[in-house]
Design a protein around this ligand. Structure first.
Ligand code: HEM
Length: 90
């Protein structure tokens, strides 16, 4: 079926940093991706991609390869959208 998107707070993003068995999430322009399955395939290496884990990866990404279409490449890995802590409260 249609996957439902998570509402991801800054704390949740920081938590999913790819360490201690946690998945590696990274946000790009308000969208949150699980980059874990892509790590072994990243042409720039796993270590470089891990630098964006648990945080907004846009600046690092744009510094290295602004021509790469991340939406196209990571569409399948989309897990949610960023919200503020206030917006996350019921
Ligand atoms: C290369 C994808 C995030 C560092 C590449 C290339 C792709 C790619 C397709 C090959 C580009 C080309 O040859 O024209 C992605 C995707 C990312 C991501 C989809 C987001 C999830 C990052 C981040 C960093 C990074 C956050 C740095 C902190 C590099 C480097 C190369 C590279 C250094 C160059 C490798 C080389 O040619 O020697 N990446 N990347 N990437 N990436 Fe990424």
């Amino acid at each position: 079926g249609v996957p439902s998107l998570l509402r991801v707070t800054p704390a949740m993003l920081k938590e999913n940093n790819g360490r201690k068995g946690k998945p590696a999430w990274s946000s790009y322009e308000g969208k949150v991706y699980n980059i874990t399955p892509y790590l072994p395939f990243h042409p720039g290496g796993e270590g470089e991609l891990r630098r964006a884990a648990g945080k907004d990866g846009r600046k690092l990404f744009m510094e290295v390869h602004p021509w790469v279409n991340w939406d196209n490449m990571l569409g399948e890995c989309l897990v949610g959208i960023m919200v503020t802590e206030e917006q996350a409260r019921p």
